[in-house]
Write a protein that binds this ligand. Structure first.
Ligand code: AMP
Length: 428
């Protein structure tokens, strides 16, 4: 099987790494890939959001299967264009991808199908209406830009001043672009978060190993939100009664709701949950795998990923094929100095080989590129040090041992991945 992986972050490196272990895989391309992926697949130039360009690429290389990493090509209709040509692809079509592409669409879906979620206070397409609505909400209030905003579109506002400032930045100054043309105000939920991801083939689904990620940049959930500073997976995240409750109140109604709305969902469906005192509630849907959750999930994967993804693309998913290693996994993200604000790139990365020698460790690349025989930084999130272990504490010990071997100028990371017991609504 020849496989094209679209994207070039840590999530895509994890996919390439696991796909390369599948017996039936002959060749992997990654578009555009990165400095680490380049050692395991052929990187080809591409813009992830450019459907026409990716279609040309598909014609040229003729992959047997395409796996789409990021949301932008999905929301832009890449899968529709591929499926029209009967090319096997893992990812939802444009209609289904609205579950991520429009938070208001997702909220209406949740309400229509009685799936527990934060109470909606209102959706507004003008700043004036949104300011006006602030007098009738409880505090803190959650403000969400409707469209894709690269992880910057959600704000938990503690008071009216902070809420007004965010609405002004999003709706009047257009700081988030078109994604901020409409906003939605909703109830702030409290509890622990859980990432629950399904692989769907249009009818059947399989649940991936449960994960939790850490979005704030600094230890103890301090500082601004990032794309994700680390994640971990352990079966303890999902005791049997919680698994049953998520299946019956969230997953089954979601799958039935999709069918009732005429959405044939093929691909990964990420369900972001808040585990509240009154049960699990949906915070958001993403129409793809999470990053860095994927790194922790696939590290625990004990199955032939290429075979399972080809089955899903063909509408023949066999959920029992997805097996998970016992124990736990973790991914610690190493970021550039200044991230998630301004940062410099081009810093040489040292110690990658020493880190990789530690058993159970895989250093997955996100923002890196090759410069001669060196690997240098090229993004905010640079590496994801990914490990498995018999227990979460064993995995974390190895992860931080490996982190200690790696250096680049300005490098920073969280030292408490997997260690937090409690998180607040404004935190992870
Ligand atoms: P989302 O992109 O919708 O997942 O939002 C990003 C993050 O904002 C989530 O992972 C939560 O930490 C937080 N968040 C979103 N919605 C809510 C909510 N209703 N209550 C509390 N926190 C929220």
């Amino acid at each position: 099987m020849k496989i094209l992986v679209i994207g070039g972050g840590g999530r895509e490196h994890a996919l390439v790494w696991k796909l390369a272990q599948s017996a039936g895989v002959q060749k992997i391309w990654s578009a555009p890939g990165n400095g680490g992926i380049a050692g395991e697949a052929e990187c080809v130039r591409a813009e992830a959001g450019d459907v026409a360009g990716l279609l040309e690429l598909g014609k040229k290389i003729g992959p047997d299967l395409t796996v789409v990493g990021p949301e932008l090509p999905l929301v832009n209709g890449l899968v529709d264009a591929f499926r029209e040509r009967k090319w096997a692809v893992v990812g939802p079509d444009k209609k289904a991808a609205q579950l991520e592409g429009s938070k208001i669409f997702a909220k209406e879906f949740l309400q229509r199908h009685n799936i527990p979620t934060a109470e909606l206070y209102g959706a507004h397409d003008s700043a004036g209406a949104a300011y006006g609505a602030l007098c009738a909400v409880d505090w803190p209030v959650v403000i969400k830009a409707d469209g894709l905003c690269a992880g910057k579109g959600v704000f938990v506002a503690p008071n009216p001043d902070a809420a007004t400032e965010f609405i002004e930045r999003v709706m009047e100054k257009n700081e988030l672009g078109d994604g901020g043309r409409r906003v939605m105000l909703e109830e702030a939920l409290e509890g622990e978060e859980l990432s629950f991801i399904l692989l769907m083939d249009g009818e059947r689904y399989a649940a991936l190993a449960p994960t939790r990620d850490h979005k704030r940049v600094f230890d103890n959930n301090k500082g601004p939100n990032t794309g994700g500073m680390g994640a971990y997976s352990s079966d303890e995240l999902l005791p049997p009664d919680l698994r049953r409750s998520i299946a019956s109140v969230i997953v089954e109604p979601t799958v039935e709701g999709l069918a009732a709305d005429g959405i044939r969902y093929q691909g990964f469906l990420y369900i972001g949950l808040m585990l509240t005192k009154s049960g699990p509630k949906v915070l958001e849907f993403n129409c793809r795998l999470g990053d860095p959750e994927t790194q922790a999930i696939l590290a625990r994967g004990d199955f032939d990923l290429a075979e399972v993804l080809a089955d899903a693309a063909a509408g023949k998913l066999q959920p029992e094929k997805l097996k998970w290693k016992a124990g736990a996994s973790a991914c610690v993200v190493l970021a550039s100095g200044g991230y998630p604000g301004k940062f410099e790139t081009g810093k040489e990365i040292r110690g990658l080989e020493e880190a990789a020698k530690i058993s159970g460790v895989k250093v997955l690349h996100a923002g890196t590129k090759r410069a001669g025989d060196k690997i240098v930084t090229s993004g905010g999130r640079v590496l994801g040090v990914t490990v498995t272990g018999n227990s979460l504490s064993a995995a974390l010990e190895k992860a931080y041992e490996a982190v200690g071997k790696i250096q680049f100028a300005g490098m920073h990371y969280r030292k408490d991945i997997g260690k937090l017991q409690q998180s607040s609504a404004a935190g992870d």
